[in-house]
Design a protein around this ligand. Structure first.
Ligand code: SF4
Length: 372
């Protein structure tokens, strides 16, 4: 099979209609193919048993089904599972499954690497390799649903209930493909995720935020991580381009759906952004915005120079926010024993993985971003 062929999993429901019409097939074939791909998890055209052989042959000649190959699966003691996938051109990307009572969430990657360069994040140390295609984003979900059924985790047709776009990459830097992937993932004839169960996280790409709110109806998370421009620019270089004032103005202007809130993510870095003064400033910054704050105690990555906050500090920080009438939740870091926690994703063992260099003796480390 030619790796350069277009990928069938990237097609939206409307594009599938167009393909089927071009091939001179009856319109209902589009829904059949879409359901095979995204509801029944077909890995090959041969599995699509109710399609005529001639149609399968034509599809196989024009399009490919292979998108991601599994490179590694690692399981944490807390039930988290991290998969490393290899793309057709050899890039390594990661997805993290986090089961909780009543919900099964997958954290997906949207880019191989990331250009934003947050200094506390392993992915940020890799630089950007390339955007993922819509099919590569969707296939992370399809592959995991299939694998979870094999493992007896959850019920058919899809064990996953929630998706968060918080893996490797900045989703709004890959706007078109993220939007196309959402169209597939939310489609009734596809995996049919509820828009209330899908969250896309941004580090603060201000010009794209409003458009995103107008063109999609999924939830938005914004990675804040600091309460002054000086501190935020040191942690997230993009703050120099879109400082806090502009970012929070974009949050206030965000075309929010009724009953929705923005989630602000705040990675607590010991001694850096976890003071009482930070908590007070944070409560002022988010004032008036329908929002909740997720506090994420940093998961240490030796070599990046940050440390985890003291648990008593985390509690005090949360108490300050709550006292200022801000909804604030402390998120438990998941899968830190398998490098799957926030700030730890770096496609371990891949060419861009600084842990490789560490193993070779030149200590540096990376991680999954909470922005992405
Ligand atoms: S935190 Fe997110 S946006 Fe920042 S470098 Fe990491 S992946 Fe990119």
């Amino acid at each position: 099979m030619e790796p350069s062929l277009p990928d069938l999993r990237s097609l939206s429901r409307g594009e599938m209609d167009g393909l089927v019409a071009r091939l001179g097939e009856k319109p209902y074939r589009a829904r059949q193919i879409f359901r095979w791909l995204h509801q029944k998890g077909a890995a090959t055209l041969d599995e699509m048993s109710d399609l005529p052989a001639a149609l399968r042959e034509r599809l196989g000649a024009e399009l490919r089904l292979d998108v991601l190959a599994r490179a590694e699966e690692r399981r944490s003691v807390d039930g988290t599972i991290k998969w490393t996938w290899r793309t057709q051109d050899g890039k390594l990307i990661e997805s993290v499954y986090m089961p909780e009572p009543g919900r099964k969430t997958l954290c997906v990657s949207t880019q191989a690497g990331c250009a934003v360069g947050c200094t506390f994040c392993m992915t940020g140390t890799m630089g950007l390799s390339r955007n993922l295609t819509a099919g590569e984003i969707v296939d992370q979900v399809s592959r995991v649903n299939r694998r979870l059924l094999e493992l007896g985790e959850g019920a058919p047709p899809r064990p996953l209930t929630n998706l968060v776009f918080m893996g490797m990459g900045e989703p709004l830097h890959n706007y078109a493909n993220v939007k196309a992937a959402l169209d597939v993932l939310l489609s009734e004839d596809g995996p049919n995720f509820s828009n209330r169960h899908v969250t896309v996280s941004t580090s603060g790409i201000v010009p794209e935020m409003r458009r995103f709110g107008e063109e999609t109806d999924v939830k938005l998370a914004v990675s804040l991580n600091a309460t002054t421009d000086e501190a935020r620019s040191a942690l997230m270089p993009l703050n120099r381009r879109w400082p806090l004032g502009e970012l929070l103005a974009a949050c206030r202007d965000f075309p929010m759906k009724r009953g929705r809130r923005i989630t602000f993510e705040y990675v607590l870095l010991g001694g850096v952004n976890d003071s009482d003064e930070d908590a007070v400033r944070l409560s002022r910054l988010v004032k008036g915005i329908p929002a909740k704050v997720n506090l994420i105690p940093y998961n240490e990555n030796p070599g990046l120079g940050f440390r985890a906050p003291d648990p008593a500090r985390v509690q005090a920080f949360q108490d300050r926010l709550v006292a200022a009438s801000v909804t604030a939740v402390v998120r438990r870091n998941r899968g830190s024993d398998i490098a799957a926690a926030c700030g730890q994703l770096a496609a371990e063992g891949g060419p861009g993985d600084p842990r490789r260099r560490e193993r070779a003796g030149t200590a540096t480390l990376t991680g999954r971003g909470s922005a992405g």
